[in-house]
Design a protein around this ligand. Structure first.
Ligand code: 5RP
Length: 233
């Protein structure tokens, strides 16, 4: 893997690489979604090709993860074929001091939550810009919604104090459609004080598939930083 020159990409590359080094031969690995995890998938594939790692299988969290795993030669399995996931590696959009997350910047949080929560060890890989004092500081909270329910869900979210907006695609030509065929509503909160409670409350709205709060499920956070031009993890 050749080193990135852009500092943020370099942080993502280093932290993705560090997570890939934690994967052991014979393990089932949850493969997350996003630009940071993409480096981990590449590094796992390169370890497999070099013989440093053997008999690893991946469980993808998105179409993007499927494409990358195929590109880098990682055999894939579905949740129907396995008893457990040993380790999952995934990115995040915000991480608070209690290791709670906001995810879903790539609209993949529903499948990500299923896979990440099944893993014996869930490793989050982020650059240092993702660290926040409390969730909701920098990123809107993504909520995946069944298309026919988008209006009542947005009304319910407003009643609960959030400001929802439908996520639009490139050039606003139409809404973003998830890998599961649903829509994404991004919700602004002044402050998320109780992530666990909000995660459960939003998921109780009929028509909501899943929201991007991952509260109390992370085992390890690997943080990429650049100091004096040098990457550290
Ligand atoms: C996708 C996600 C991603 O993991 C999250 O958006 C972080 O992405 P990146 O590593 O590109 O910053 O939750 O749904």
């Amino acid at each position: 893997m050749s080193a990135e020159t852009d500092p943020v990409k370099l942080m993502k590359q280093q932290v993705g690489y560090a997570a890939a080094q934690r994967v052991q031969s014979g393990s089932i690995v949850g493969l997350g979604t996003g630009s940071t995890t993409a480096y981990a998938i590449q590094a796992i594939g390169e370890r497999l090709q070099s013989g440093d790692l053997k008999d690893v299988k991946g469980v993808p969290t998105s179409f993007q993860a499927i494409v990358l795993a195929r590109q880098y030669g990682i055999p894939l399995v579905s949740l129907d074929e396995i008893d457990k996931i040993d380790v999952a590696i995934d990115g995040a959009d915000e991480v608070d001091p209690q290791k709670n997350l906001i995810k879903g910047g790539g609209a993949a949080h529903t499948q990500e939550k299923i896979v990440d929560c099944l893993a014996d060890q869930f490793i989050v890989v982020v650059d240092s810009g993702k660290l926040v004092d409390h969730l909701g500081s920098t990123f809107l909270l993504p909520v995946e919604v069944l298309p026919m329910a988008v209006t009542p869900v947005m009304n319910a979210i407003r009643k609960l104090g959030g400001s929802p907006e439908l996520r639009m695609g490139v050039k606003k030509a139409g809404p973003v459609v998830t890998d599961n065929g649903n829509l994404v509503v991004d919700v602004k909160y002044d402050r998320i004080d109780n992530p666990k409670e909000l995660e459960q409350t939003l998921n109780n709205i009929p028509g909501v598939l899943e929201n991007g709060i991952f509260a109390g499920v992370v085992d390890v956070v690997l943080i990429g930083e650049v100091k004096d031009g040098q990457p550290i993890v």
